[in-house]
Write a protein that binds this ligand. Structure first.
Ligand code: F0G
Length: 462
């Protein structure tokens, strides 16, 4: 590292997309029309879109060039081989099954290994992962270390699996556990990394019970950067080496290339088990496509292959992690409660702490997310009781935390965009006591946060 402290984007801008300022009155009307669900907004009405880092990043010049190499042969396309080589350069799994995105890989895997009476442990299931486990009839359990549930507690690897809890689960129910999952980084728990040491311990427990270990690898490169910068003895290792060691500890992975694939669409399922792979391939053909394209066009496979080469760049990862921390540190300095340390792809505001007067079942995260849009056209995402509060048996209870995630699309916004976000969040936080809760007017049976509609509680809700 040299002595300059200013974070600069390690790229110049090559093509620009306009973004549009709206008036407060327009945003008020948009909110009402959207049933106060930010997923229902027209994206043209959003100024800074921090809803997700998934598929929303900017592709590089070299990725767009790779798109032109896309070969759309139905079977055995050269683009498939480019994709396969890029995945295999990082991960050791002999079977790589392309899918249109991460949840398609989850659906295929859990259709095969899930089912009634089964139980799947994970540090923390992402919402689609949980939904796919539960859809199969199996139970999803989250076994993150206790610090992972405490927003203000500093821990370098807050995404770690509680190894003792995993051991206890396996001691009791090993026969019902088809696979152990570790999500890197732990998205729903605040974008927090998992250490190599923890992965080795989880591996050892899996070995004792002869269970396969799978990674939810969406943000594997960001996790590797945290290992390099936070874990003892890792500072001098190339990122690629760390990624390969992570892969070597697992038997398979699900992946959304919309995150650390630096692509706008894509994913894969990979594994070392031949029989399992054969079953998964049958489902792939049924629902996604032929073995050498999954749900993807040849050009998408090319964009992912190039993205996987770029994402392990240290200049890129240093900028990526530092620029996320820049937003988090500024809000922390301003006294806004948030999940610490700052995660890799997002800053998670602690809405329950900021809005203690709003009961969890009146959705403080929803209230905060709506107000950020109303005030400044910023779209974040509730990760809390709206997302996780409804259970398969129909009951509702508060989620472990009520957070609002400000996810940072990769290579997309500049530091001045982020300075604007800081200004708006500080303003909304100062007005916290004026915010009101919400009730749900209408909700679907699963993944309700995507399509539920809301109404503000109380006449002067704002
Ligand atoms: N696993 C994790 C940890 C994720 O963050 C996501 C997606 C998925 C699986 C599913 O992948 O979207 O390609 O089907 N996360 C996005 C998000 C949607 O906003 O965090 P997908």
């Amino acid at each position: 590292m040299d002595r300059w402290q200013t974070i600069i984007e390690p790229f110049r801008i090559h093509a620009v997309e306009p973004i549009r300022m709206t008036t407060a009155a327009e945003r008020e009307r948009s909110l009402e029309a959207a049933g106060w669900n930010l997923f229902n907004l027209h994206a043209d009405d959003v100024l800074i879109d921090l809803l997700t880092d998934s598929g929303t990043g900017a592709m590089s010049r070299d990725q767009w060039a790779a798109v032109q190499h896309g070969d759309e042969s139905y079977a055995g396309s050269p683009s498939w081989y480019a994709f396969l080589d890029a995945v295999r350069n990082l991960f050791p799994f002999p079977h790589v099954i392309p899918t249109h995105q991460g949840r398609a890989a989850e659906k295929i895997l859990f259709s095969v290994v899930g089912g009634r009476g089964r139980i799947v442990p994970n540090n923390t299931h992402f919402d689609t992962t949980r939904a796919n486990v539960e859809w199969s009839g199996a139970e999803a359990v989250d076994l993150v270390i206790p610090e992972g549930h405490e927003p203000a507690t500093i821990h370098p690897f807050k995404g770690n699996m509680d190894v003792a809890a995993l051991e206890a689960l396996l001691a009791e129910r090993a026969a019902d556990v088809p696979v152990v999952f570790v999500t890197i980084t732990n998205n729903s728990g605040g974008g927090q990394p998992v250490s190599l040491e923890n992965l080795r311990q989880v591996r050892a427990v899996c070995d004792r019970y002869a269970k396969p270990l799978f990674l939810d690898g969406c943000r594997f490169a960001e996790n590797a950067w945290f290992i390099k910068t936070r874990e003892q003895g890792q500072a001098d290792r190339p990122i690629v080496d760390i990624v390969r060691e992570i892969g070597s500890l697992a038997n398979g992975m699900t992946m959304s290339a919309k995150k650390d694939g630096l692509a706008n669409i894509g994913g894969w399922l990979a594994m070392d088990d031949d029989a399992l792979a054969a079953q998964c391939r049958n489902l792939l053909i049924l629902t996604e496509g032929f073995l050498t394209y999954g749900g993807l066009a040849g050009r998408d496979l090319e964009a992912i292959a190039q993205g996987l080469r770029e994402v392990v760049s240290e200049d890129y990862l240093r900028y990526r992690i530092r620029s996320t921390a820049y937003l988090g540190d500024a809000l922390d300095d301003a006294g806004v409660p948030l999940v610490k340390p700052i995660g890799g792809h997002a800053v998670y505001l602690d809405a329950r702490a900021l809005l203690p007067h709003i009961a969890p079942l009146e959705y403080p995260g929803q209230s905060l997310a709506v107000e950020l849009y109303r005030a400044g056209g910023i779209r974040g995402c509730e990760i809390g009781t709206v997302m996780f509060g409804r259970h398969p048996d129909g009951t509702e209870s508060p989620a472990a935390m009520d957070l609002v995630r400000l996810a940072i699309p990769r290579r997309t916004y500049t530091q001045s965009h982020i300075d604007y976000v800081i200004e708006v969040v500080r303003d909304v936080a100062a007005r916290g006591p004026d915010l009101r809760g919400y009730r749900i007017v209408d909700e679907p049976p699963a993944l309700r946060h995507f399509t539920a509609t809301f109404a503000p509680i109380g006449a002067h809700a704002r």
